[in-house]
Design a protein around this ligand. Structure first.
Ligand code: NAD
Length: 477
């Protein structure tokens, strides 16, 4: 049985209760974990609050060295960790390894930044007065993580928190706690003082909720659904906690008539079907110029036909299962709704056949055309292998439709024209724009959403600022 990690020790739940984590490809039991209670969460928060007193006094150099050592320890176990991630999450094992590599790259990015943080000296109006801005860590930070990228999205919170001198309590999604637990314990072995890094498992509405309500938690970094994010902000707001929210998306991809079509086809296929479509920054609405639409769609169908669906542990699998039965049901209902309203099915639209796929939550990669605007597949986030394709006259129409979504996370344009690209960069209502590129989250660039996609940024030096409180200092000389 896996355990929680609190104050440098393995911990069971105060209730003694556990729950099962099952493989979404096979239904097999992967492991059991403690079903944490509010009391367990309080223990972890208390441990992090105690540890903060000493941790905040450590030098940035020292924190950076511990992070680097932790990265080496995780790197040494990457094969086993990748397999475990695939067994609990479902994604192809090569993608699991890339996810953990990305997590480690992010930790090294913030380990490197730790000693480069600058305050400021500020001229003040009166003679004999001198102003300064110093940056101080906040205290206990809660990191609430979803199941689609359980490791990178933990890293985007833990990395800057540790570098800035804060302590952390991680709350993974209930269905993907196992690799995260192993990684937190491995990082701790680098020599972090007890209580600096903690991880608690259990229902979001119980252990997560305690993180929102407990006054010792000074900052919350949340990634998950927009509806949960609203709740997080409301509850944490009562206590004036610092909050960043990375929420849902419905990223548009625009393909102009002068685009490199083969590269754009790959961009659409990988962009939509990576992680079985369960990515916040996945391509979720495709806008193609009318004049090239037939050619483009034929090429895309051919590409999608070749995507191999299967158990993520098989090396040739490109599409694993959906993560849960509920996730698959939602996609099935969104497809059904679009077809009922008159959409045209281009490929997919059903579960794959075959005895080895029967027990998993598999669904074929699906392309839809002529999807009416009021369909659920357009109005809601589609979190699975489903891509609606729209024909547009020109770039103005594409941008207008792209911006009609309540979401504003990522977006992309594929064109050889600089004026087209620049127009899209300026006008698309999104936190990120990619030009002739896959939708990829870089550690070096700020990432986050506008509108219903969230508040604040992760990644980049920008994210570090959310883990400091600037203090204004005026000195009479
Ligand atoms: P979710 O909102 O259901 O859960 C996210 C986390 O919140 C889980 O750990 C869950 O246990 C916890 N939680 C649930 N209720 C809580 C409560 N009352 N208090 C505290 N914590 C609580 O989201 P999910 O289904 O795990 O993730 C998928 C969603 O995440 C999608 O909408 C996706 O677009 C979004 N997402 C966004 C980004 C981004 O960077 N913008 C990245 C990945 C995923």
């Amino acid at each position: 049985m896996a355990k929680m990690f609190i104050a440098g020790e393995w911990a069971e739940s105060a209730s003694g209760m556990t729950y099962e984590v099952r493989n979404p490809a096979t239904g097999e039991l992967v492991d059991t974990v403690p079903k944490g209670t509010a009391e367990d969460a309080r223990r972890a928060i208390d441990a992090a609050a105690d540890a903060f007193k000493g941790w905040r006094e450590t030098s940035a150099e020292q924190r950076s060295r511990l992070m680097q050592k932790g990265v080496e320890l995780v790197q040494g176990e990457i094969k086993g960790l990748s397999e475990l991630l695939t067994r609990e999450q479902g994604k192809p094992v090569g993608d699991s390894e890339r996810e953990i590599e990305h997590f480690l790259h992010g930790l090294l990015f913030y380990a490197g930044l730790a000693s480069k943080v600058r305050g400021a000296q500020v001229p003040l109006p009166q003679k004999g007065m001198q102003g300064f801005v110093i940056k101080q860590p906040l205290g206990v930070c809660g990191a609430i993580v979803p199941w689609n990228f359980p490791i990178t999205l933990m890293g985007t919170k833990v990395g800057p928190a540790l570098a800035a001198g804060n302590t952390v309590v991680v709350k993974p999604a209930s269905t993907t706690p196992l690799t995260a637990i192993r990684i937190i314990e491995l990082l701790s072995r680098a020599g972090f003082p007890k209580g600096v890094l903690n991880i608690i498992t259990g229902p979001g509405g119980v252990v997560g909720e305690e993180l929102l309500r407990n006054p010792k938690v000074r900052r919350l970094a949340f990634t998950g659904e927009t509806a949960t994010g609203r709740h997080v902000m409301e509850v944490a707001g009562r206590d004036l906690k610092r909050v960043t929210l990375e929420l849902g998306g419905s990223d548009p991809m625009i393909v102009c008539d002068d685009a490199d079509l083969d590269r754009a086809v790959t961009g659409a296929s990988v962009g939509r079907f990576y992680n079985c479509g369960q990515a916040c920054l996945a391509v979720k609405r495709l806008f193609v110029f009318e004049s090239i639409a037939d050619v483009f769609i034929d090429k895309l169908i051919e590409k999608v036909k070749r995507l191999k669906v299967g158990n993520g542990l098989n090396p040739d699998t490109r599409l694993g299962p959906l993560h849960t039965a509920a996730q698959r049901k939602e996609i099935e209902e969104q497809v059904e709704d679009a077809l009922t309203r008159g959409a045209k099915l281009l490929i997919g639209g059903k579960r794959p056949e075959g005895a080895e796929l029967d027990k998993g939550y598999f669904y074929l990669p699906t392309l839809l055309a002529n999807v009416p605007e009021e369909s659920r597949a357009v109005q809601e986030e589609t979190f699975g292998p489903l891509l609606p394709i729209f024909r547009v006259r020109d770039l103005d129409e594409a941008i207008e439709k792209a911006n009609s979504s309540p979401y504003g996370l990522g977006s992309s344009i594929w064109t050889r024209s600089m004026p087209n690209a620049y127009k899209a960069i300026e006008r698309l209502e999104a936190g990120n724009v990619w030009v002739n590129s896959l939708h990829i989250g870089y550690d070096e660039l700020p990432f986050g959403g506008v509108k219903a996609s969230g508040i604040g940024r992760e990644h980049g030096p920008e994210a570090l600022d959310y883990y400091f409180e600037p203090k204004g200092v005026a000195i009479a000389l």
